[in-house]
Design a protein around this ligand. Structure first.
Ligand SMILES: *Cc1c(COP(=O)(O)O)cnc(C)c1O
Length: 418
């Protein structure tokens, strides 16, 4: 995979880049353990320093002292919309188009159902093989519930546009691929879907806070996304969903819970959906989870968007160039697009012993992750990763491969979570 001449860059050069980094102060806003090069924000974002304090405050003061009154006096009830409006600014959505709720999986189910109901005369969900399996599983579950009315069709990424025809109700794609980090052209695919009368539902789990996203410029219909990756909302953080303003009055959630009701506290027997995006809420939302998510989103909003994008591209590009020059001949293969513009914030490398190699890296303090069957992922979070991290990661990778340090039985024992 040698494409470049050995990079002449030195560690000192990279440390100088880190000192001049306009986002440098944001790294200090995160708690990262000494001696760890954390390259797994693609799976679980780091902990903002402020999060434990905020959680303590909300638990001890709001919950502990103000008790049930907090739903009103601390606006717990408005939290999904308030934080949704903040996330909207990261993904090119307007106020009232995004709400924090449930998990990405549940939101996906709700929006797939909403989209298919908008196109009752159409019978297909179109996606790609190798999409994040979870999303395909959710589509299969919805398909099962439709008693055969709805089918799921998978075609490879380069065939998607051609496959959108008059049978397709909704195109379901992950904007940045979870494994390869390949980016779909959201505006183009959405335009093609609309030209054929279909709708577009985008999973932004690896996009928000990572790459430029402009849902409204792309005329996207629906989107979902995850709170615990680049948004740093903490393990199992609540997710979010987007429904374009133009669809809100005519769509409905299949989970008609009371918090999506127009007047939940009237306690009447019949369901009437709330007028706006609130109709996609279901049950009571996790206040502690949203509290932690809001800290992460506020931090992300502090970073200049162009600086963020430029930095994450520079970091991942540096990593790829260093791997090409320092680890040539070690059986690695780039499993991500070579051009930084064509990929998200992470880089996937294939290796026959990818799992064991990653375990050996983790033991040495370089934390990425493994995705079956043979890929290592290295994520570059612009808020807290440093240029020097790429250097240390590649030097450690080189050492692990050169010395075959991965070749130990304990590194080949698969854990429950990879
Ligand atoms: C991480 C991720 C999810 C997360 O789904 P959960 O419901 O939070 O487990 C969904 N879709 C994609 C593409 C992801 O990468």
């Amino acid at each position: 995979m040698i494409r470049h001449r050995p990079a002449s860059v030195t560690l000192a050069d990279l440390e100088a880049l880190d000192r001049d980094d306009p986002l440098r102060t944001l790294r200090d806003a995160f708690m990262l353990p000494d001696g760890v090069v954390y390259l797994d924000g693609v799976s679980l974002g780091a902990l903002p320093r402020e999060t434990p304090t905020r959680l303590h405050e909300v638990a001890a003061r709001q919950w502990g002292q103000d008790l049930i009154r907090s739903w009103t006096v601390h606006d717990w009830i408005g939290a999904p919309q308030r934080v949704g409006d903040k996330i909207a600014r990261l993904i090119g959505a307007g106020r009232g188009e995004v709400v924090v709720s449930d998990s990405t999986s549940v939101n996906l189910f709700k929006l797939l159902a909403a989209a298919c109901r908008l196109r009752p005369d159409r019978s297909l969900i179109l996606s790609e093989p190798g999409n994040f399996p979870n999303d395909l599983y959710v589509a299969q579950g919805f398909q099962g519930l439709s008693d055969g009315r709805i089918g799921l069709r998978l075609v490879s990424a380069d065939q998607i546009e051609a496959a959108i025809d008059e049978h397709v109700a909704v195109v379901l794609l992950t904007h940045v691929h979870y494994k390869s980090a390949a980016v779909h052209d959201m505006a183009r695919i959405t335009a093609r879907a609309h030209a054929q009368g279909a709708l577009a539902l985008w999973d932004l789990s690896h996009s928000a806070g990572a790459v430029p996203v402009n849902l409204n410029a792309a005329q996207a219909d629906f989107a979902v996304g995850c709170g615990y990756k680049y948004l740093n909302g903490g393990p199992g953080a609540p997710a979010y969903l987007f429904v374009a303003q133009r669809h809100q009055a005519t769509t409905a959630s299949p989970i008609t819970g009371w918090l999506g009701h127009a007047r939940p506290f009237d306690f009447i027997d019949d369901y009437t959906p709330a007028p706006g995006i609130g109709r996609f809420l279901a049950g009571s939302h996790p206040i502690l989870g949203i509290t932690a998510l809001e800290v992460g989103v506020d931090l992300m909003l502090r970073a200049d968007p162009q600086c963020r994008v430029d930095k994450s591209r520079a970091l991942s590009e540096l990593f790829v160039a260093l791997v090409e020059s320092r680890c040539a001949g070690q059986g690695l293969e780039l499993a991500s697009p070579r051009s930084p513009e064509a990929r998200g914030c992470h880089v996937a490398l294939r290796h026959a012993q990818a799992y064991a190699v990653m375990q050996a890296l983790i033991v040495r303090g370089v934390i990425g992750d493994f995705r079956a069957p043979d890929a290592m992922r290295f994520g570059f979070a612009p808020l807290y990763n440093r240029y020097a991290d790429s250097w240390h990661a590649v030097e450690t990778l080189r050492d692990v491969l050169h010395t075959a340090a991965w070749d130990r039985p304990e590194f080949k024992q698969r854990q429950a979570v990879t």
